[in-house]
Design a protein around this ligand. Structure first.
Ligand code: NAD
Length: 498
């Protein structure tokens, strides 16, 4: 490892910024280490406000030409990037696992393929936005019969994209792909705890022929590089995924410039299990919530189980979770890797200790498994928790689930909707009418019935309440990343005043 080059599990990573198609340094660096075993991985360029300025200037300069590039050509380049991701899938998967500790097999089989798919999907979807012209007819809701309305999805300008560490490249490309497809240019600020794959994406985009300045990567800390980007007056969109606390700072920084902000924030999703549910399926869904050691915004960390089956459900779940195999995320047999960082572990452990002090019972886990390393938190299940307690109300972002029981549908809905978060919810029931009744009453951006994590990229994604502002996915992404413009043209015969 030299100052600006690292070799991570056999892959060379340049740890400088990528601005205007060139690698640039900062005066200082910050260390990046692997959560798997604590080994140092790299020294990363520590971006300053001046670096942020240079990155936005590069994006601004590249914007007119990129915006004027035909959609078809932009799509070709995005597909070329997707091909580059597919070619380097294994490198990307290995580097991501070394950096954030999530399972290698998940990165290889689903996450990195999804990264490539993000580019392909938005490259193609943007073309579906054409052909929205319509002619005004005489009616009570419109004036000017015969006038033509032409809707254009114009590129908006340079976008600042800021993303978290739990699925770094997947979440970054979920924003980069629609922004580039829309004709915007991008400055990405990757997460400081997992900054490496973003740098590989810069290499891939250059090899694919993306023009300099269209995609820029600014490394650094949130409070420095991130804050400078969000306050920048030449940034036209801020796409942010991260915590509620940082979301507030981002919104405040955007306010003086009135920069439109998309916020994808935290969650505390409920999984409602009714007595009529297929109990094997319901237990499967609950076990899934320990994926990525619980470091998933969508995770349904609040299990709400109908009282009649609560004992049986808890017993079956406990058995299954006890059989999970925590350990090195690079090994195929591992189910659960480490937490990302000592600070995350301290946070998770603090939540659990305070919950137990407040009367919760740890049916499973509640401690660190030191036999594996410093960051391996045992999958934890807490019962005897009060609805207004911290452990039920706050996002833990670790492998910690709570279990509460309910007697009636009303009570289930009240508990489910009873936090400030509303990112997702899931319902396990065999009764389709019940599913309809319950889902209609749940407050959440996404509701799953008898399934979880199923995503179609055409669907809107985002959160209600404190879980976010706005929706991304399909046309919703373009709604955000474009300046939508309606042009009304009078009929050539000059008539139609109304
Ligand atoms: P975080 O808010 O601490 O950091 C997210 C990003 O913001 C990082 O890149 C960080 O450097 C940057 N940042 C920090 N301070 C900043 C500032 N003042 N100005 C600008 N940028 C700043 O979140 P995290 O701990 O990295 O990620 C975990 C959180 O992300 C959880 O709350 C999780 O629920 C949420 N998340 C949400 C979604 C979603 O789609 N809703 C997806 C994944 C994660």
């Amino acid at each position: 490892m030299t100052r600006h080059a690292a070799v991570v599990d056999g892959t060379a990573v340049d740890t400088r910024h990528w601005i205007a198609g060139r690698r640039t340094e900062s005066a200082t660096t910050f260390p990046d280490s692997s959560p798997i075993d604590g080994r140092p991985l790299a020294e990363i360029a520590r971006g300053t406000a001046a670096d942020a300025d240079a990155a936005v200037a590069a994006a601004d300069e590249a914007f007119p030409e990129w915006a004027a590039t035909p959609r078809k050509e932009r799509a070709r380049l995005l597909h070329a990037i997707a091909d580059g991701v597919a070619d380097r899938l294994d490198d990307l998967a290995r580097v991501e696992t070394a950096d954030n500790g999530a399972l290698l097999r998940a990165h290889q089989r689903s996450v990195m393929p999804r990264v490539a798919h993000n580019f392909r999907f938005f490259a193609d979807h943007v073309r579906a936005l054409d052909h929205e012209d319509f002619t005004t007819r005489a009616s009570g809701s419109a004036t000017g019969p015969g006038h033509r309305n032409h809707i254009a999805w114009d590129p908006a300008g340079p976008c600042a994209l800021i993303t978290p560490w739990n699925a770094p490249l997947m979440l970054a490309t979920w924003k980069i792909a629609p922004a580039l497809a829309a004709g915007d240019t991008v400055v990405l600020k990757p997460p400081e705890w997992a900054p490496l794959t973003a740098s590989l994406l810069a290499d891939i985009s250059a090899a694919a022929g993306l023009p300099p300045g269209v995609l820029n990567i600014l490394q650094g800390y949130g409070a420095e590089a991130g804050a400078a980007l969000t306050a920048h007056p030449r940034v036209r969109r801020i796409g942010f995924t991260g915590s509620v606390a940082t979301g507030r700072l981002v919104a405040a920084a955007a306010a003086p410039n009135l920069t439109p902000v998309s916020l994808e924030l935290g969650g505390k999703s409920p999984l409602l299990v009714f007595a009529d549910a297929d109990i094997d399926l319901a237990v499967d869904l609950a076990v899934q919530q320990y994926d990525n050691a619980g470091q998933v915004c969508l995770a349904a960390t609040r299990l709400l189980v109908e009282e009649r089956i609560a004992t049986e459900f808890t017993g079956r779940l406990t058995e299954r979770v006890a059989a999970l195999n925590p350990g090195d995320p690079r090994l195929d047999g591992t189910d659960l890797g480490p937490l990302i960082h000592p600070r995350q572990l301290t946070k998770v452990d603090g939540f659990v200790r305070r919950a137990v002090r407040a009367g919760a019972r740890a049916v499973l886990g509640g401690t660190v498994d030191r036999s594996l390393g410093d960051l391996y938190y045992r999958p934890t299940l807490l019962t005897d928790v009060a609805q207004d307690s911290e452990i039920v109300q706050e996002e833990v972002f670790g492998p910690v689930l709570t279990l509460q029981s309910f007697r009636t549908e009303d009570e289930a809905v009240r508990l489910a909707n009873g936090t400030r978060y509303a990112l997702a919810a899931a319902v396990a029931t065999a009764d389709a009418h019940r599913a309809e009744r319950i889902t209609a009453r749940l407050v959440a951006g996404t509701v799953w019935v008898n399934c979880f994590y199923v995503r179609d990229l055409r669907a809107p994604f985002g959160g209600a309440r404190n879980s976010g502002i706005g929706r991304e996915g399909g046309t919703w992404s373009f709604d955000f990343y474009c300046d939508v413009k309606n042009t009304v043209t009078a009929p050539t015969d000059g008539g139609g005043h109304g």
